[in-house]
Design a protein around this ligand. Structure first.
Ligand code: CP
Length: 361
């Protein structure tokens, strides 16, 4: 069964096709208004969300389908100890497709391996957020007319910001992308993105703490919130939380056509006055996210007609190994809470990484 767990699950051609569908939906919504009649999406959100959950629900309703789900682990039988695997099997009896957000990294992959319906990762811990990336790609495409030959600056929390990890991965597959990583030392991009994506592909990137110096180079400025909820030590959060704030004075250092993106929610990292600047694209991103989720639902439900059952399991078994006694060092990995989940790892660029969360083992 085809799912979307990581943005690399889709080829560049598939991403481009989703963009074409989303643009067509926007141009002629009536054409799609009954495409999912009789279909249900289950939104299983173990963590808070405004945009992702409600845009999935709006997307399915606008396609003529309906919605079930929960918006907090406390409202579900997870609070009684039910596993992600069992939940996925149960929901497969009620719905046609699942969108899952979870605090534990790898949880949507566990769901995909146990569900008999497609599963969409709606954000797993600090790991990935592929449907936010779909929204980002459509926004960049609409603002710039292309997804290649761009200088993209990421600013803020590059360690815990899962949207950054997924977008870097997606854009790494287009020609001529230059990456500028602007963060405090405590919030640098994790190695599984830096080494396994940027360095492995030989893509140019620089790391800096000098926001003002970086700004004039950028075609895209991708701001992120410092993710308070991911810090083990809140003293570190307090130290870094105001490191980079985009004010009008700073934005005036950027090009006249630099597109400013932010996955939202915003705390204080973009001054509210910038919302009126024509370069501010973050509310357009929200709208684009709904269109791309509509396109994604159509694609996955379309492919669910095909018999792809167990293909993913077989693919995983082909590339992964297990080793007795070997465990993932990431305490936030799903493998520590889910019963009988093997300590699968795969070798990426000479480094053994956990299958579920990509941590170095
Ligand atoms: N961008 C995003 O994921 O927002 P929510 O957390 O509100 O879903």
């Amino acid at each position: 069964m085809r799912s979307l767990i990581d943005i690399i699950d889709f080829t560049t051609e598939e991403l481009d096709a989703l963009i074409r569908t989303a643009v067509d939906i926007d141009a002629d919504p009536a054409k799609y208004a009954e495409c999912c009649k009789g279909k249900k999406i289950a939104t299983l959100f173990y963590e808070p969300s405004t945009r992702t959950r409600l845009s999935f629900e709006a997307a399915m309703l606008e396609l003529g389908g309906s919605v079930i789900g929960f918006s907090g682990a406390g409202n579900s039988s997870a609070s009684k100890g039910e596993s992600v695997a069992d939940t996925a099997k149960v929901i497969s009896c009620y719905a046609d497709i699942i969108a899952m957000r979870h605090n534990l990294e790898g949880a949507p992959l566990v769901a995909a391996l146990n569900a008999s319906i497609p599963v969409i990762n709606a954000g797993d811990g600090s790991h990935c957020h592929p449907t936010q990336t779909l929204a980002d790609l459509l926004t960049i495409y609409r603002e710039k007319g292309r997804l290649d030959h761009l200088t993209v600056g990421y600013c803020g929390d590059l360690k815990y910001g899962r949207t950054v990890h997924s977008l870097i991965n997606a854009l790494s597959r287009y020609e001529g992308i230059e990456t500028v990583l602007i963060s405090p030392d405590e919030l640098k991009l994790p190695d599984y993105v830096k080494k396994d994506v940027l360095e492995k592909k030989g893509l140019p990137y620089e790391e800096t703490t000098d926001f003002e110096a970086a700004l004039p180079k950028l075609d895209i400025l991708y701001m992120t919130r410092v993710q308070r909820e991911r810090f083990d030590d809140l003293a570190v959060y307090e130290r870094v939380k105001d490191s980079f704030i985009l004010t009008q004075e700073k934005l005036d250092l950027a090009k006249p056509d630099t597109a400013v993106l932010h996955p939202l929610p915003r705390v204080n990292e973009i001054a509210v006055g910038i919302d009126e600047d024509p370069r501010a694209c973050y509310f357009k991103q929200v709208y684009n996210g709904k269109l791309m989720r509509m396109a994604l639902i159509l694609k996955l439900l379309g492919e669910a007609q095909e018999d792809r059952a167990n293909v993913r399991k077989a693919e995983i078994q082909a590339v992964c190994r297990t080793k007795a006694g070997r465990t993932c060092p990431n305490p936030k990995c799903i493998c520590h809470t889910e019963q009988e989940l093997p300590a699968y790892f795969r070798n990426l660029g000479g480094v053994d990484r956990c299958l579920w969360c990509d941590s170095e083992m």
